[in-house]
Design a protein. Sequence first.
Length: 152
Amino acid sequence: MFAGCLTALVIAVVLMVVLLAVLAWLFRSPAVGEDGPVQDGKLRFAVTSAKCPKPAKAAAERTCQIGVQIRNVGEEARVLYPGQQKLIDEDDELHGGTKLLDQGGKEITPIRIEAGASFTGALVFELPKELEPVGLEVHDSGLSAGARLNLP
């Protein structure tokens, strides 16, 4: 009888752990650490590539270029500012974007994305040479909460 009660208790505990794991997975925040795409405000962001080559030995920083595709799913035009987008390093520090490149690799000013339109290009970041990039924190505006994407 004691063995039967102990077996039932073990089964109940295992089922409870499985239920909690399933609930945690179902209710996790989609904006934290996703592989893509994620949405912040009215802009939907996806990372298409990540290039962060090793710098020269004498350099203090390395230049990282993150390919992005951004779609305006809202009713009004939005402006994409590179400085509002942040590269996340392995220490969870944020580094603001320094440039915005069009699809051909040409530097452009902040770009207006009309309602229903998309932008494909790249964000450029400067990162201390000893750190590795792990993610991107994207923002619809300077006041938005942001959403995080993992880098490929």
